[in-house]
Design a protein around this ligand. Structure first.
Ligand code: 5GP
Ligand code: MN
Length: 316
């Protein structure tokens, strides 16, 4: 499998790297490190981001060749790499239209991956997409620069909830260790991500916490943010990163559900679990996906109804 990627990279010159909308640390870290790696191999590479980089990840070394939706004009790419993305809807409409029938390499660790590539490198036991990519970069024999190391470290670190979640395996630790040997300063990464929130984020958190409820004998905790709350605190979705993880810290909670408004009657749900429920299956029943302990989906309907439907669908 890795040999096929090596052949593809050897033969090609120009590559486009993309990841999912609303990118997280694994999405950005994987995409950026692959771009730097291809440059090290004297290849031209671009990263396509549908959305801007959330402020938590602004410290990441970023390639100079990052494209947005309006930059998708000429398609002279030898292959597309799509990273950390379970299905093609998650790359966004603009790239879906632009991709045409370009050869696509799908590298991912989601349980729900639809194997949409011509080459699919999938491992749902991997802690992160960056963990799979690490193996590929080793096979490509590319040296790990500090820029790559910071991106890979951040990707593994964030997708394992700071090396705490059940997906944290021995390889996740050994990759982090190797990246530290290559120049990553763990405290700098941690403070870039976790100690860099604007005050407005806490204003939003106050409003969100007022909506906190428990259900099913305290085994499910829910919280939500409406458009009105975003407007009042002048915040957006990036300020909600970490809210659902906070909910999960409550004793006795097995599933945390966070919902944010994305349209007049449209809500994005984020779910986190501790192992007792298959949340990927719950998310899939609403057209979403993810992992057993971390999944998401979009629901249609008024807030109360959407929350009720989701709560009922979580088998606790
Ligand atoms: P989050 O709650 O952080 O948005 O997402 C949790 C996990 O579920 C991530 O691995 C993310 O990629 C996945 N996920 C979230 N929303 C969706 C969705 O609408 N569709 C799919 N396929 N996966 C999703
Ligand atoms: Mn991931």
């Amino acid at each position: 499998m890795h040999q096929r990627v090596k052949d593809l990279v050897d033969r090609g010159d120009r590559f486009l790297i993309a990841t999912h909308i609303d990118p997280d640390g694994d999405a950005l870290g994987s995409a950026f490190s692959l771009c730097f790696a291809l440059n090290e191999l004297h290849k031209e590479a671009w990263v396509y981001l549908r959305d801007s980089v959330p402020y938590q990840y602004e410290f990441l070394p970023k390639p100079r060749t990052v494209l947005g939706p309006t930059d998708l004009t000429r398609n002279g790419f030898d292959a597309f790499f799509i990273l950390d993305c379970g299905d093609l809807r998650r790359i966004g409409d603009e790239l879906q239209r632009f991709r045409g029938n370009c050869f696509t390499v799908n590298i991912d660790h989601h349980d729900t991956n639809e194997a949409f590539g011509q080459l699919n490198i999938l491992d749902d036991r991997a802690s992160s997409t960056a963990e799979i990519l690490y193996g590929i970069l080793k096979a490509l024999d590319v040296p790990f620069t500090r820029e790559m190391a910071v991106n890979i470290y951040t990707a593994v670190f964030t997708d394992t909830g700071s090396l705490r979640y059940p997906n944290t395996n021995a390889l996740a630790f050994s990759i982090c260790q190797e990246m530290v040997q290559r120049g990553v300063v763990p405290s700098e990464v941690a403070s870039g991500i976790y100690e860099n929130h604007p005050k407005a984020r806490f204003d939003l958190l106050c409003l969100a916490l007022a909506t906190l409820r428990t259900h099913k004998n305290g085994r499910l905790a829910t919280m939500h943010v409406t458009k009105e709350m975003f407007d009042k605190t002048r915040t957006s979705k990036e300020h909600t990163e970490g809210f659902v993880e906070d909910l999960k810290e409550m004793r006795g909670v097995e599933v945390a559900l966070f919902v944010r408004q994305i349209g007049p009657t449209r809500f994005k749900a984020s779910m986190r679990g501790k192992g007792s429920v298959d949340l990927a299956a719950v998310a899939r029943s609403f057209g979403g996906g993810g992992h057993k302990n971390a999944a998401g989906c979009t629901v249609e309907g008024p807030l109360r109804q959407s929350l009720k439907t989701l709560i009922e669908a979580i088998p606790l």
